[in-house]
Design a protein around this ligand. Sequence first.
Ligand SMILES: Cc1ncc(COP(=O)(O)O)c(C=O)c1O
Length: 418
Amino acid sequence: MSRADDLNATLRRVHPAAALNLSTAGEGLFYPQGIPTQSAEARGCAIDATIGQVTDGHGHALALPAIAEAIAALDFDQATLYAPQGGRPDLRQAWRAHIQADAPAGPGPLTLPVATSGLTHGLCLVATLFARPGGTLLLPDPCWGNYVATFQRVFGARPRTWRLLRERPEPGQALDLDAFRAALAALTEPSTLLLNFPSNPLGYSPTPDEAAAVVQAVDGSPVPLVVVCDDAYQGMVWEPSARRTSLFHDLSRLDPARVLAVKVDGATKELFYFGGRVGFISFGAEGEAAVVLEDKARAAARATISSVSATSQAVLARALASPDLAAQQQAVRERLAGRYRALKDELHRAGLPSLPFNSGMFAMVPVPGDPEGLRKQLLTEGVGVVSLPESRALRLSYGSVSRAEIPGLVRAIARHLG
Ligand SMILES: Cc1ncc(COP(=O)(O)O)c(C=O)c1O
């Protein structure tokens, strides 16, 4: 019996009125034993490498001073009255400029971003606009588990996967481009493709050649595609050999008869404003297409959450105007890069194999036996990690552990796998 069946059977017994009125999505939903659950179980561990959130390693925020100052300076009216539908106009303009500043070949087609309640809500708006029951969603394997919850369990789309990494990845040639091309070639109807670089849970970003091959394959798709770039970890790239900027900028230049590029991003990870819950959805479109798509995104936001927190938008708008923001962001990135290098060195020293990682805040360590059993054992030793049984691996987050804790983290795992 699946977990949803189990919950439904209980509800039928204890609350028939609720059970008999469940929607299709309501019937299929159950709270997954995913990252939030595993992270909650690791609370209190001396080393907590579970969550994709940047802390000082002791559970405290590494807030950017620009964000902290903006919180302290909150304007009472701006923070307590409704924010405009679709987001504050000044914030939307500022985020658009923020995206365009990163476009490697100069600004391409880009709508005014619509504010969302975090990236999860941005993805929910993508699904609201483009997911059809039984329609195809092409996902990388491995990928962030919440895509399946939103697109499949709530909206009824059918996920298909392509294997992200080659069987024997080599430096500069890690992506399984053959698997990607084959997955695209097998599509027979208009579909949604989701790309996520730097990726969760792998922590991988493509080289410029790999990125160009991905864009070329998308361009040759046999069916019209909506290509969603989940750019949650935008800019957190630690190797010069990896591409730092979003593939959205290239994808948005493809023929609108065949490709619509959608960018989902936000302040959550990019500006280390995890609890602020401000994200954005933007489209690679211009002219009338931009007007229509923005209208539909605002309508989808209106229908789901109405408007995004005025308080958080006020904070972000002020922080984005700070001339020091880029330097402050860079300082936290450098701290993360230090942890990245320490993790690489320690894994190497311990002889622990890992899958290729070069960006974001995660690394995956293959576990030949039982990853979930190992996770539970590590919990008893005061070490929190995430198990990914389907990938037969552990995911380590170096966002939430200090650099000093990294040797202990690796030693604890190596004791069981070495
Ligand atoms: C790849 C990816 N996309 C989206 C999200 C969700 O972001 P938010 O917390 O802004 O909803 C996460 C969070 O872990 C993530 O890892």
